[in-house]
Structures are given as C-alpha cells and as structure tokens.
Design a protein around this ligand. Structure first.
Ligand code: BGC
Ligand code: BGC
Length: 599
C-alpha cells in the first residue's frame, strides 16, 4: 500500500512539474516571440486620455518607457524586412514604411488596409500600446497603390503655380492614404532644383524658391488638415548636388556633393523648409547628400543648431534610406554620430536588430546621452499624439469609397490642364478645332499610362506601358473631337501614304519612367527614333504639333524650328484627358515654366 502511494505522489509531482513547465514555457514563448505583454499598461493611464494636452500625454508616456522601448521608437523599418512580425511589439518599433513598390502581395486598397492594420494591431499589443507611424511615398497621389488617383508629379504642379490646387491635391492624397491605414507621407519635396540633369527634377516644384515655398506650404497644410503627417525633404540643398559627385556607383548626381556656400544654401534652399516648419510640418527628411566633406546626416550644425535651434522645428528629423549605415566607417560610430547630430528617427530600413543593440550600447556607455534619447522620442511621440494615432480612428465605408473616386480624378484632370505649358505656337494653330476632319497621332507616349505617370508609380522606377487604370493622352484626344473627325493612330507614325496631307499631326514623345539617381542624365533629349517619328508625321501633315511627356526640359532646340507647336505636359499621371481639354480649347493654356527651358 505504502509503496503504491509513493508511486502515485511521484507521478503527481511529475505532472505538476510538467504543467508548471508548460505554463512558464508558454508565457515565455508568448512574451518573447509574439511580443504580447501580460503586464499591459492600464487603460486609465494618463497618456491614453484624449482630453489631456499633448504635452501632458507625451511627458506621461515618456516617464513610463524603458530605455529599450525608447530606442524602438526611433527605428523606421521597411515592412518586407521585418524578420518576425512579432518583432514589431518585441522591439517596440516606432515606424514602418513601404518603399517604392513595397506594398502587400495583393496590391489593392483593401490589401493595404489589411496589411497595415495587422502591423498596427501588433504594435498596440505591446506593453504601452504605442501605435506605429506607417510611411509611404505618396508623392503624386497614393501612387504605390493600384487604382489610386495619380496626379501630375510636382514639377507639373509647379507649372500650375496654383497653391489652392496643390492644397486640394494634398487633401485628396490624404483621403486615399486614410483608406489604407497609412498615416505618414514622405512628401512634399521642398528641394529647389538647379540642374535638370538630376533624375529627381520632376519630384520638385521647380527652380524658384518662392514658388517652392508657397506650394510646399500648401501641400503640408492639406495633408495636416486630415492629420496625415507630412515630410519636407530632402534637407538641405539637394537641388544643388553636382554632376559626377555621387557616392553611389550607379548614379551621377543623386547622393552627391553640394559645394555652394552657406549664404546661398540659406537664401535659395532653406526658405521652403522654414515655411514648412511654420506650417507645422511633422517631419523633415535629411538628404543623402554631403555638403563639401560633411554628410548632411552627420551635420549637427544643419540638423540641430539651425533646424531645431534657429528655426524652432518641433517635429522629428528622419534620415533617408540607409543613409545612416552608409556613413563611411563603423556602423556603431555612424549611428552615434547621426543621432548626436540630430537624427531622431532612423530609416534603417533593414537592420533593426543591429540598430537596437548598437543604440543600447551607445546609451549604456554614454556615447548617446539620455537627454538626446528623450528628446528624439518626445518629438516622435508628440507627432503621433497630434496625428491622433492614440485615439480611436475608424474608417467608414464612405471614406473607402473616396479611393480613386470620380471626384478625385476630376481634380487630377484639372491639375493636368493647369500644368500644360505652351512652349511654341508661332502661327497660333492652337487650339485645334474639334471639327478638324483628319488628325494623325503618333509617338511612344501617346498611348502609355506608365510614361504619363513616370517613376514612383506602382514600382519605385515606375512601369512602362498600360498597367494602371486611367486615360491616355490619345484616348483624351479621341474623346474630345467631333463625331465627324477621323483620328488615326500609329505609334511609329508609319501611316499608309495617301495623296492628301492630314490636317493636323500630333506626335507625343518623351522620357521612359525613372526615379532617383537612375534618372541622372547628362543630356536629356529625344531619341533618334522619336525624331524619326516626328519627321514621318510632319511629312504627311499640314501642321505638326509635338507634345513632350517628360520629367524635365529636353533639349529640342536643334529641331524646334521645324515644328509648328510645342507643348510640355510634364508627367501628367492617370488623367490624360486633361491634355485634350486644353489642346482643343475647352480651357486656355495657363501653365508657366517652373524652371528654365532653353529653346
Ligand atoms: C528617397 C526618399 C524616399 C525614401 C523612401 C529614399 O531613397 O530618397 O525620397 O522617401 O527613399 O522610399
Ligand atoms: C525602394 C525605394 C528607395 C530606394 C532607395 C528602393 O528599393 O523601393 O523606396 O527609395 O530603394 O535606393
């Protein structure tokens, strides 16, 4: 009897131990691998109370944070680089981004919303439940997302010089972003372009400081009116980088060197940033350029003394793509230098685990002070509170219906109309009569939405061809003319030779899509094939109109004398109908060159 009792209790002990082991094990598993904390901050913590002031909420939250939680807030990670989704809560990551083309597998508004909501839920499951900033390059509409309204790139908006229009475009972009759960836009570009060989010329509002100031401010105000965090980029002087100085082997200008002196940087390039700060811009992105031999990402003078000191910038400074770990030398030193210079959030965008380890070491060893850490984090938290991320944000069906809506597209079409610039029309053949009997249309860009949209559309470098919904310039022409008009289209201009000349020939040519340094080009011009198409159509038409679809001025000066009219439409985006609106006289040409175009 005694021995059997012993046996029984031995077994029971084993079972109890096993159970204990399982319970502790699963708690450790949950804590470690899922990031869910069972000691969550109570629901009535002050910082969760929307009736408190932002400052009170920031102070309260900061006082509850561990060093590691603070470090996590400073990390900006590309969503495809998240090794385990549970890392979001485990490292308390502050922000995620989709780079150009970095969306969900199902690239639709719904697919995006599901993806971002999942990330957000994970962030909110952490001990303090701090929501994420989710950043995108919605630089001409929410252009990574299939079906979004695609506006003209900034250079076209510069030509419109219409601040009210730019504000409305920013509001629409914000509305479409909201339908995908994203809350932070890496836009507008506040750079003042000085060299059209730069592949980012089209991302700017142009070369005129005052114009860039006004439109940057309008854009920031538009985003902020719907609590989308805006970013003025790329601070400072990116428009003045010099040819052949790029530190990136594949590029020429982008990520290059600026040598103009401080006075010119201040008078030509700083004002748009200063105005964006006055408009309350949430973040400022540091350029991946160097000023003489100083990488701007490491410049205490520009990031801290001038931006945060002189200009009283209260938002946060974010570094550009990999530009911190790109600082030559050791990655630990690079991080310490950048953060001490004034970078508050680091667009890693990959190595967040390494970032966390290095930052922890830097704080423990005193290479980065607790004051600097607190300052960076309170800036990020303030913007999160101001954008309402901690408070209930529901997306209604009505919100969702605005995505790619007809109303939005109508504003994009208005923007196209206002961005057109008439470069030449000596004989005043424009506008074209809608009753013209026979019109020939040709050229690689006539029926090509990808070329109209340019870079930063679905993919980082854009996609050549008809992959996105929208209206091509050709379709716009066909829709505009009378039912008696005969519009004939041949991409290569190889029309069968009849006996009579056509009344009007329109050739639509320009650049193929590109982004960033990939688009650096020593001599932007038309290709030999494009010129042949123009000649072919010119030979069989009474008048010839050339329409350029490009992100910057193209050198057409040797040929322009042979053409009756020349129009630039920049990169108009998805609503190509706006071109015909002006060509056929429903609206006048009002656009003005936002930079020099030698002819
Ligand atoms: C670009 C930024 C962009 C970021 C995120 C960088 O390479 O310079 O303009 O916002 O990538 O896509
Ligand atoms: C990303 C862009 C980013 C670029 C920087 C690309 O892979 O999609 O968003 O700006 O890398 O080089």
């Amino acid at each position: 009897m005694g021995s059997s009792h012993k046996k029984f209790s031995f077994k029971r002990k084993q079972v109890v131990l096993l159970l204990l082991f399982l319970i502790v094990g699963s708690l450790v598993f949950v804590e470690f691998f899922t990031g869910i904390r069972w000691q969550k901050e109570s629901e009535d913590a002050l910082y969760k109370d929307a009736t408190r002031s932002t400052q009170e909420r920031v102070d309260d939250l900061l006082s509850r944070m561990t060093t590691d939680e603070k470090i996590g807030q400073m990390a900006l990670v590309e969503q495809n680089s998240i090794l385990l989704r549970s890392d979001i809560a485990r490292f308390g990551l502050g922000a995620l981004l989709s780079g150009g083309g970095g969306g969900p597998d199902e690239n639709t508004q719904e697919g995006w919303l599901t993806m971002v909501n999942d990330f957000q839920e994970r962030a909110k499951s952490s001990r303090l439940g701090i929501p994420l900033l989710y950043g995108v390059d919605a630089v001409h509409g929410h252009s990574n997302v299939f079906g979004a309204t695609i506006f003209p790139h900034q250079i076209g908006l510069g030509a419109s010089a219409d601040a009210d229009l730019v504000r409305r475009i920013a509001v629409i972009t914000a509305e479409e972003m909201i339908t995908t759960g994203t809350n932070w836009n890496f836009s507008p570009t506040a750079d003042v372009v000085q060299d059209i060989r730069w592949g980012r010329t089209y991302e700017t509002f142009g070369a005129d400081t005052k114009l860039v100031e006004d439109l940057t401010t309008a854009y920031v105000e538009g985003l902020h009116s719907l609590s989308i965090v805006g970013t003025a980029k790329h601070y400072l002087g990116s428009g003045a980088m010099e040819w052949g100085t790029s530190t990136n082997p594949g590029y020429q200008i982008d990520q290059g060197v600026i040598t103009i002196d401080e006075a010119v940087l201040r008078s030509t390039h700083l004002p748009p940033f200063a105005r964006a700060i006055d408009a309350g811009v949430g973040s400022i992105m540091v350029s991946h350029a160097s000023w003489n031999d100083v990488e701007l990402t490491t410049s205490h003078m520009w990031l801290t003394d001038i931006l945060k000191g002189e200009l009283s910038f209260q938002g946060f400074v974010v570094s550009d793509w990999y530009s911190v770990f790109d600082i030559p030398g050791d990655k630990y030193d690079a991080l310490v230098t950048a953060v001490n210079a004034g970078v508050d959030m680091v667009m890693l965008p990959y190595e967040y685990r390494l970032f966390a380890t290095h930052m922890r070491r830097a704080v423990d060893e005193g290479d980065i002070s607790m004051d600097r850490l607190n300052d960076a984090v309170q800036r990020i938290l303030r913007i999160k509170f101001e954008a309402g991320l901690f408070d209930n944000q529901t997306i209604s069906d009505a919100d969702i219906r605005t995505f790619g809506s007809i109303e939005h597209k109508e504003v994009a079409r208005e923007a196209v109309r206002k961005s057109l610039v008439l470069l030449k029309d000596a004989q005043q053949i424009l506008p074209i009569s809608k009753e013209t009997p026979r019109i020939l249309v040709a050229g690689d860009s006539a029926d090509n939405l990808g070329r109209q949209a340019g870079g930063w559309t679905i993919e980082w470098q854009g996609i050549d061809g008809n992959w996105i919904p929208g209206t091509t310039i050709l379709q716009g022409i066909e829709d505009a003319v009378s039912s008696e008009t005969n519009v004939e289209y041949r991409q290569a201009g190889d029309f069968p030779l009849g006996t009579e000349l056509a009344d009007v020939g329109i050739v639509i040519v320009g650049e193929t899509p590109y982004a960033e340094g990939v688009g650096d080009n020593e001599h932007p011009e038309l290709s030999a094939e494009d010129l042949e198409v123009i000649d072919r159509v010119r030979a069989i038409s009474k008048t010839i109109i050339v329409i350029l679809v490009s992100g910057r001025p193209l050198d057409v000066s040797p040929y322009v004398n042979d053409w009756d009219a020349l129009v630039t439409v920049w990169l108009p985006g998805s609503e190509g109908g706006g071109v015909a609106d002006v060509l056929f006289g429903d609206y006048p040409f009002t656009g003005k060159l936002p930079l020099e175009w030698p002819l």
